[in-house]
Design a protein around this ligand. Sequence first.
Ligand code: MN
Length: 198
Amino acid sequence: MSLIKYKQKRNFEETTEPASGKPLAGKHIFVVQRHHASRLHYDFRLEINGVLKSWAVPKGPSMSYADKRLAMEVEDHPYDYKDFEGTIPAGNYGAGTVYIWDKGTFELLHPEGNSFDKEALRELNTGDLKIVLKGKKLKGEFALVKMKGREDNAWLLIKHKDKYAVGTYNSEDYTPDRVKAQGLTEKAIAKATAKKKL
Ligand code: MN
């Protein structure tokens, strides 16, 4: 795991996204960032082995046991990205609005005898990571399962049927209107700026 890809994609003279960050020992954090880029998606990140393992979830995470959300694995992000919120300027990678939609800690559903990172990496490598989220919106058991016979980076984010699970869920219903509006405004500005440059 390294942040080479992350750094290659970004110009830190222009974006205020962080370049690094060291996790605190003990608790492992997760964060979900609603990212209104050229396409709206939610970035789901888990701190494992010192970096944020990251997946882009087009439809957003779900608390419904009936949903299987496509989650495209993307490059590892630095730990400090957990606090990033705001605007990635037009013309930069991921240009758009980032909003911290949920944040908390997580545990492994089956800690086994291994150290946390060792067990988490083992499960990631087998394409079946089972976790327990302790967020404000996302709670309880989830699985990230790698899709077979698809592109290498395609996973499914699945809510287990536990006491927190619900029948139907739309993450957009839990996003403040001002955040939705801001995303649209900034997208319009970015479009206008791009047109001017032509
Ligand atoms: Mn993103």
